[in-house]
Design a protein around this ligand. Structure first.
Ligand SMILES: [Zn+2]
Length: 331
């Protein structure tokens, strides 16, 4: 996977501040000039041609999670440099620079939130941190999110935006592919849903592991999705490649993704899917206890008294569940 190409494309697709007056954004696809607020209000989707620009993890969470419901976990996990890796710069320096730029120590933000009222474990990649690359911290955050989901009986949603495995961590980053896949297998065995959302770009070791393991795989329109870059494949197989063969639309046509969903419809689609897959909406009305049978209902069979569990309020098990969760967070 050629990281240089991904970064070059990334720069190309960002609205250029030099080309446009401040407060104005130029669409990388149709070249329209738009007031930045207009684009921001549409979560960075061009109002003219519907081009989906890349967005930060924070913006993604704002778009998907119910207001003020997101609680971040594992923000204190930071990458170590087990190999003392140096390419043009040291790995440590790259992390420091990325932190200065993005304010983060990892390309993943993970946590718990409500989506359409449904408690969900949400993991979001941020391409602006080292090309959204998958390192040990990112893998660990994903696995911990899956474990929280198993403990709390939640579904998991991972929104990918990544150039692939983080080469500065070498084997340690490649190991995250099997580690996350194994955790998701445990989630599947528990019968809990995992929805994978692929955004521009989802490449390399990310697309070759958890991103393609969703019970449902959703892509944003026009997203670049694949393993190796087009140039590498062309050089390897020595053949012409079909136009747009690594874009969402081509992949949908060939059965690689299940659906393409526009950003403004994503939250409702995820809500519908989680509901369909058996997850209840956590509104006060839905969490109320089911209507109890009245004593009169049992009048006909007087010899058959009301069962014990019908009489006692079932608050105790709920408290127990909460305290278990608290312990789990420390473990
Ligand atoms: Zn446009």
């Amino acid at each position: 996977m050629n990281f240089g190409d991904i970064f070059k494309n990334f720069r190309k697709q960002q609205p250029s501040r030099d080309e446009a007056p401040s407060h104005w954004v130029k669409c990388p696809s149709c070249n329209s000039l738009m007031y930045y607020k207009e684009v921001e209000n549409l979560a960075q989707v061009c109002p003219k041609c519907k081009f989906h620009m890349r967005i930060s993890a924070a913006k993604r969470i704002e778009v998907l999670a119910d207001k003020d419901s997101f609680v971040e976990y594992d923000a204190d996990l930071i990458p170590v440099d087990p190999l003392g890796f140096v390419d043009k710069k040291s790995y440590k320096k790259r992390v420091d620079e990325s932190e200065k730029k993005s304010g983060k120590r990892s390309s993943v933000v993970s946590g718990e939130c409500l989506i359409g009222g449904i408690p969900t474990q949400l993991v979001v990649f941020d391409f602006s941190f080292m090309g959204g690359s998958l390192g040990s911290v990112e893998g660990e955050k994903i696995v911990r999110a899956v474990h929280r989901a198993i403990e709390k009986r939640h579904g998991v949603i991972i929104v990918s935006a990544s150039g692939g495995a983080r080469m500065q961590e070498s084997t340690f980053s490649l190991l995250q592919m099997s580690k996350t896949s194994a955790a998701l297998k445990r989630l599947a065995k528990e019968g809990l849903p995992y929805i994978s959302v692929l955004t521009d770009p989802t490449m390399g070791g990310v697309s070759a592991s958890f991103a393609m393991l969703g019970d449902v795989i959703i892509a944003e329109p026009g997203a670049l999705i694949g393993f190796a870059g087009q140039r590498v494949i062309k050089q390897t197989i020595g053949a012409e490649l079909p136009e747009g063969f690594q874009r969402s639309e081509f992949l949908l046509k060939h059965g690689f993704v299940d659906m393409i969903v526009q950003r403004d419809k994503m939250k409702q689609t995820l809500t519908d899917l989680l509901t369909y897959m058996g997850h209840q909406i956590n509104t006060p009305a839905a969490s109320e206890e089911p209507p109890r049978r009245r004593k009169e209902d049992f009048a006909e069979s007087a010899a058959d008294p009301m069962p014990e569990e019908e009489q006692a309020p079932d608050e105790a098990p709920k408290e127990e569940a909460v305290s278990q969760n608290k312990e789990g967070e420390n473990g």
